[in-house]
Design a protein around this ligand. Structure first.
Ligand SMILES: Cc1cc2nc3c(=O)[nH]c(=O)nc-3n(C[C@H](O)[C@H](O)[C@H](O)COP(=O)(O)OP(=O)(O)OC[C@H]3O[C@@H](n4cnc5c(N)ncnc54)[C@H](O)[C@@H]3O)c2cc1C
Length: 348
């Protein structure tokens, strides 16, 4: 990301995110304003830049945000996933309708693709079903968790039309037949505006269809979908490393005897970022290579937050401490689709 934009982001992080981190973690506060400001400041715009430039800027945004608050970085990931769907679709009408407002932050996007991703990996049946109706489709079923939602937001979803064909669409949260139940009883991530979504014959017009061949469309967006998740872990690792470094002189330097130290975590994290940036600069990306980095990032994040807890000792064991927040957030990263178990299965 060019220098001027990095400075704008740094200012937004300081003013619009840092003051709210405790509230996000403890009171399920959703930092919607921060996300909208990123768009208003032009940080989500693709313009006429190449795909790899757009993706590498997105990676930077997610990593910098995750270093301060992974919950909000996850909401940003949800929005970037929705943006990826709209940027990739061949439905030019949908693109013209939604892309400008998703990029300027006036419309926020989300994604309900965990279940289809698990379906395509042979883990689950599809939760949503679609049937043809004049002018579009009627979609029914339940998605147990979709984050970054609000009354005027949209989310991407996939429904099965029959055993062979699935369609992918953008659903508006104010659609008739759609009901939500807020979920705020998680170990962490409660400020992620997460809801279970129940759809009862929700009408999806043809101009909201991203693809009528969702399996091919998913193969197309999968590398970017997974790549954008990796900096969630890198940002949390960065914050853990800084936190570990700050404790070096406590108790006459006793932490030096702990087996996991900051330089080793830093080295692993830099190596993963290097691999990721090299990969996305290629013409075509094998999604399994991205998935391998994603898996390593999940393990590294768990290792980093655990080390941070050990280096910080009992101050980290306070319910509202930053290392404890990161520990809880890291377990979400491990269980975000594709989860560690899902990745281990597809990467054998
Ligand atoms: C905070 C949060 C936000 C999320 N946001 C999104 C999102 O924006 N979009 C999206 O598509 N997905 C979202 N997810 C889902 C997420 O990406 C993963 O799919 C999910 O966490 C992975 O769970 P799993 O693979 O272990 O399987 P699960 O879906 O948890 O299910 C595995 C098995 O456990 C059972 N099970 C699940 N929950 C319980 C329970 N509480 N008690 C007993 N049995 C249970 C299920 O029936 C199933 O048989 C979110 C999840 C969380 C926790």
């Amino acid at each position: 990301m060019v220098l001027g934009k990095q400075e704008v982001l740094a200012e937004l992080l300081t003013k619009e995110l840092k003051p709210y981190v405790k509230k996000i973690d403890q009171d399920a506060f959703y930092a919607e304003n921060f996300l909208r400001r990123l768009g208003e400041a032009g940080l989500l715009s693709s313009g006429d830049r190449s795909q790899s430039e757009v993706v590498s800027d997105g990676l930077y945004l997610v990593r910098e945000t995750a270093e301060i608050c992974m919950t909000t970085a996850f909401c940003l990931w949800c929005h970037l996933a929705a943006l990826t769907y709209v940027r990739t679709t061949e439905n030019e009408r949908l693109k013209a309708d939604l892309l400008p407002s998703l990029e300027d932050g006036s419309l926020l996007g989300a994604t309900g693709l965990s279940n289809p991703m698990k379906h395509y990996a042979g883990l689950e049946n599809l939760h949503l079903k679609a049937k043809r109706t004049p002018g579009g489709y009627l979609v029914s079923g339940v998605l147990p968790a979709v984050s970054n939602l609000g009354r005027d937001h949209v989310f991407g979803a996939i429904a099965g039309l029959n055993d062979q064909q699935q369609i992918m669409m953008v659903i508006s949260c104010d659609s008739p037949g759609l009901t939500f139940k807020e979920k705020t009883d998680y170990l962490g991530l409660n400020g992620s505006a997460t809801f279970s979504c129940s759809l009862r014959e929700v009408f999806i017009a043809e101009d909201r269809i991203l693809s009528e061949e969702a399996d091919a469309f998913v193969a197309n967006i999968r590398p970017t979908f997974i790549a954008y998740q990796i900096p969630l872990g890198l940002g949390v690792t960065d914050a853990s490393v800084r936190s570990i470094e700050k404790t070096a002189n406590r108790q006459n330097g006793c932490n030096q005897y702990l087996p996991v130290q900051a330089p080793e975590l830093q080295r692993k994290r830099t190596e993963l970022e290097y691999q990721l940036l090299s990969l996305i600069s290629k013409e075509s990306v094998d999604w399994k290579e991205v998935a391998r980095i994603r898996l390593s990032a999940a393990y590294l994040t768990l290792e980093s937050v655990q080390a941070d807890m050990l280096h910080n000792g009992s101050s980290a064991y306070q319910r509202a401490s930053a290392p404890a927040r990161r520990l809880r957030e890291a377990y979400f990263f491990a269980n975000l689709t594709p989860t560690i178990k899902h990745l281990e299965k597809v990467l054998i």
